[in-house]
Ligand binder design. Structure first.
Ligand code: SER
Length: 307
């Protein structure tokens, strides 16, 4: 593909998987984050998305032509400091747009989230354009940026592409999200330790394997703009599960995971998110279907966990 891609927030839950896949497909990747790392398979620079000057310098120095903008504070952590979350998530979005416009970069990938929905949405099967009144500051910041994304795309100012990610299952510990249990439970199973879950046993949420999330995102970035039928993010998901169903899936693979429950404030967040989303438009527009169902996801990630 031969793009020169800058990734913000590259040390978060998504970064390393996107880096590997983008590099495998022939792109150059510059990873950036606010902390240092020598763990990644590509060039790395410290970059805080508040720093317009540094962003501008990096884009010029590395001749960047696309940005994957992942810097964000997730849903549960966001509730601890709403002002900081609003600031980082929104400033991150707008600063990257500004830096890209200044440097004539016309393509950005920016993930949104199922957190944009709220109890006024149809949570049993959320369509793309439900009424939305998010109950977290994270969801509110994502929804605000979705509106700005609509504006930039509708006005043809810059091409921003986006998916509303559900819980992502990988072997990288997320930290700060409401769907984190899905990964934490796999680590407990791999370590043969009991697991204490912060969501109730029957809390159903949409989830997907990281590889499916990466593939769909890169496909969305690759297709001709004329095939993209909306100016907003697409819904995306693969399977729906709950803590007790996920435990049963793990145990069907030969584990003996035991869980108990200590429900906390994250339950209220999960209760305001969809159990299932309608992602038929994405599947049609980019001709995509997930490769991993629930059991295949658990099996594949468990195999890849190194203790
Ligand atoms: N996985 C995210 C979270 O739990 C949702 O986008 O915050």
């Amino acid at each position: 593909m031969n793009n020169r891609i800058l990734i913000t927030g590259a040390l978060g839950q998504l970064g390393k998987f996107f880096i590997d896949s983008l590099i495998n497909q022939g792109n150059y990747v510059l990873a950036t984050d606010i902390k240092n790392s020598n763990d990644l398979n590509c060039d790395f620079e410290i970059f805080d998305v508040h720093d317009l000057k540094k962003g501008d310098e990096l884009i010029k120095k590395y001749k960047i032509n696309q940005v994957y903008n992942f810097a964000a504070i997730l849903s549960a952590k966001g509730e601890i400091n709403p002002a900081k979350t609003w600031d980082l998530n929104n400033a991150g979005f707008f600063n990257i747009v500004d830096i890209c416009l200044k440097n004539k970069i016309n393509k950005i990938f920016w993930p949104s989230s199922i957190a944009v929905f709220g109890k006024n949405s149809n949570l049993n099967f959320a369509s793309i354009d439900e009424p939305m009144c998010p109950e977290t500051i994270y969801g509110a910041s994502k929804l605000a940026c979705e509106k700005a994304m609509y504006y930039y795309n509708f006005k043809n100012i810059i091409d921003i592409r986006s998916l509303r990610f559900p819980g992502i299952v990988s072997n990288s510990k997320p930290g700060g999200g409401t769907t984190d249990y899905i990964v934490d439970m796999l680590f407990s199973a791999a370590k043969k330790k009991d697991f204490t879950c912060f969501l109730k046993n029957d809390t159903v949420l949409p989830m997907m394997h990281i590889n499916d999330a990466v593939d769909a995102s890169i496909m969305l970035m690759s297709i001709d703009k004329k095939n993209i039928s909306i100016n907003t993010p697409y819904n995306i998901s693969s399977f729906e599960t709950s803590p007790s169903k996920w435990r049963d899936t793990i145990n069907s693979l030969g584990y003996e995971l035991k869980i108990d429950y200590e429900v906390d404030f994250r339950q209220d967040i999960a209760d305001s998110w969809p159990k299932k989303v309608d992602d038929s438009l994405l599947r049609k527009d980019i001709d995509w279907i997930p490769k991993f169902n629930e059991k295949e996801t658990a099996l594949d990630i468990l195999k890849s966990i190194q203790l």
